[in-house]
Ligand binder design. Structure first.
Ligand code: SF4
Length: 386
């Protein structure tokens, strides 16, 4: 099979070795929730070593100094609302030309007033987590009763405040069958984007069951099936792009990639809940070719730069160097941008330039960030990318 459909995947219109598309800054690890899959192993109190307001402003200035096109910035946690200077940081980032978004936890601090203030400060979007279609599942994951109902209310409030809404869902073996129900909620919210995160066994997430490679493949195909209901992106499953390219290259997807039991079940539940497998949008939003260290970077609460929040190998500290220098020159990030260094199937894969595999999953399972992605079922050689 030969792939000749580059429009199935969006390319970055910038040099990903020079400047990222997206920077996520964990402004604190403090959070009042105790989610089972928390990457940050969040705690109830702020760490005195967090980047303070002045250091945070300097980091934002550093990102703004890229000039257009500047990276998009997401302030995450923990819970960003645990910091009293959140509005000040959003205001400053906006003033220096950055596109600012927030990933808050759903706690009593997430009020209509707080969301309105964020919007007034210049924030464009918020992302809310929804890991189940029912209170029983979602509140079980989040560790606090009532969060599900509060999330539904927060989604409405965010939209009313004029904020673009992204919904984040972490998929594990325990909740994979909830996905059609979550999709129904996401569509009901009129969310702009659904980000489906494939659990990396790190932090508290190490205690949960990740999907195996065949299950991941089934879910990726189902996500593509339903991506005309809502724009979908995957986190830590870049092979969604390989799936998109493979599907675009065949006339009959089901013949080329026959649905297995999991996808069949997800499809049936989708039809039951939403009326049809496919949605009303006339076009789908092709996945963007961004990967850890290649268009994307993470800054932790202490100022350490990482390729991803789920790949705990530091590339340098913003206390010692500018973010721009670390991103461009770090040997780790440079290696992650060069698929010729990758091991196993990812090293010889015809899709490795556009996919590259989840470096976080590779590291979590093997200890080597350049190893093959164990969550991918693809056998290189059957498809030739052009
Ligand atoms: S083998 Fe690696 S590079 Fe190829 S599609 Fe799978 S994860 Fe991506």
């Amino acid at each position: 099979m030969t792939v000749t459909t580059p429009h199935a995947v969006r390319s970055l219109h910038r040099d990903a070795g020079e400047r990222p598309f997206l920077v996520i800054w964990e402004i604190t690890r403090a959070c009042q929730l105790a989610c089972q899959h928390c990457r940050a192993d969040s705690i109830h109190h702020r760490n005195p070593g967090e980047l303070d307001t002045d250091a945070g402003r300097r980091l934002l200035d550093d990102l703004a100094a890229y000039g257009p096109p500047r990276p998009m910035v997401v302030l995450t946690g923990g819970d960003p609302f645990e910091r009293g200077d959140l509005l000040e940081l959003v205001t400053h980032g906006t003033a220096v030309g950055l596109h600012m978004s927030i990933a808050p936890s759903v706690t009593p601090k997430l009020t209509a007033t707080a969301l309105g203030q964020l919007r007034a400060a210049g924030a464009h979007a918020v992302s809310l987590s929804l890991d189940g279609a029912s209170a029983a599942v979602h509140d079980g994951v989040r560790g606090v009763p009532g969060v599900f109902d509060a999330t539904l209310a927060a989604a409405r409030t965010a939209r009313d405040a004029g904020l673009r809404l992204q919904v984040n869902t972490t998929v594990t073996r325990a909740n994979v069958h909830e996905l059609p129900g979550v999709l129904q909620r996401v569509v009901g919210f009129d969310a702009a984007l659904w980000s489906v995160f494939f659990l990396v066994p790190t932090g508290r997430g190490g205690q949960l069951q990740t999907l195996d490679a065949d299950q991941v493949e089934e879910v990726l195909h189902w996500l593509h099936d339903v991506s005309d209901h809502v724009a979908v992106k995957t986190t830590e499953a870049p092979h969604f792009r390989r799936v998109a390219l493979q599907r675009a290259a065949v006339d009959d997807v089901d013949t080329a990639f026959p649905p297995g039991p999991l996808r069949t079940r997800l499809r049936a539940a989708t039809v039951e809940l939403l009326g049809s497998l496919h949605g009303p949008r006339r076009t789908t939003r092709p996945p963007l070719a961004v990967n850890a260290g290649r268009g994307f970077a993470f800054v932790d609460h202490l100022g350490q730069v990482y390729p991803s929040g789920f790949l705990p190998l530091g590339a340098g500290s913003v206390h010692d160097q500018t973010f721009r220098t670390i991103y461009r020159d770090s040997p780790l990030l440079r290696a992650l941008r060069d698929p010729s260094h990758f091991g196993g199937r990812c090293g010889r894969c015809e899709f490795n330039e556009v996919c590259g595999g989840s470096r976080s999953h590779a590291f979590a399972v093997t200890g080597d960030p350049l190893a093959e992605d164990p969550t991918c079922a693809h056998q290189p050689g059957a498809t030739v990318a052009t």
